[in-house]
Design a protein around this ligand. Sequence first.
Ligand SMILES: Nc1ncnc2c1ncn2[C@@H]1O[C@H](COP(=O)(O)OP(=O)(O)OP(=O)(O)O)[C@@H](O)[C@H]1O
Length: 303
Amino acid sequence: MERTNPADGRVLRAEGLCKSYGKQQVLLDLNLTIEPGCIYGLIGRNGAGKTTLLSILTGQNTMDAGKVTYGGEPVWENPRALSELCFARELNATAETAQISVKEYLYAGQLFCPHWDKAMADSLIEKFGIDRKKRIAKLSKGQMSMVTITAALASKAPITILDEPAAGLDVIMREKFYRMLLEEYAATGRTFLVSTHIIEEASGVFERVIVLDEGHIIADRPTEELIDEFRYVSGEKTALDAALAGHGVQPLQVQELGAHKMAAVRGDARLFAALADDPALTVAGMNLQNVFVALCGHGDEEG
Ligand SMILES: Nc1ncnc2c1ncn2[C@@H]1O[C@H](COP(=O)(O)OP(=O)(O)OP(=O)(O)O)[C@@H](O)[C@H]1O
């Protein structure tokens, strides 16, 4: 299939990014590289700074320190760089754009996005069954998500960023959305950066996952490689504690049920093989959601 709109090797890069709102520091000396031709997932807890990061990457928000470049050029107030980047924000009834109709919203997309694919926008809106004369404010939450997704896909921007695109969608529409994303990616090689809280569902779509926690990126890895660094190890409490201490392992997260204990452990194949060799222990794989909870669930332990 023809790849119509690749980023031609141009990289979106954030270096030393710092951002505060008043006294609240949200991003702390953050570095990130978005390579062309990849689907990235951005995950982080509520308030971790995902939207702030995405808006700074696309020149829609200021930073206090650091720089963001695309193809080596600063992004801020740079029409050439910005024309290659699409940031599809979540719509809501109070957004500035909420009083215009779907048709007007998509027309604005056409004016702002030089690679806009009108036929694709029309076909998606039709497929989603959305009345284009309706004002955005009068759409359901799911329909607002569909309009955002339509604009993101039809923008044909080499780097397309979607902030919580699946939030308002039911499970069937979410599956459909990820299928459309994969099809578009296969056809064009465009880069997508997608933030989501519905982690497990999206994990198969993300080639690479970026975890944002307390202003820092704590993981930026191919999804499978990241998942493979973690295991649940369980067994009788004293046997588990002794084994972990023997290997010098500090568990990330523990759950106890009576004399039984389960620990989320980060390590390598050698450690996991050694733990699996212990007849008193059981070693099991984790999924991306489990890994996220182990990495970012600090401070929320029960008891
Ligand atoms: N314009 C603003 N003025 C003041 N504080 C802000 C502003 N925008 C965001 N914040 C604060 O910055 C922090 C990060 O917000 P942000 O929206 O970037 O997080 P997020 O990871 O996208 O969160 P969520 O997953 O809940 O949408 C939050 O504590 C938020 O209250």
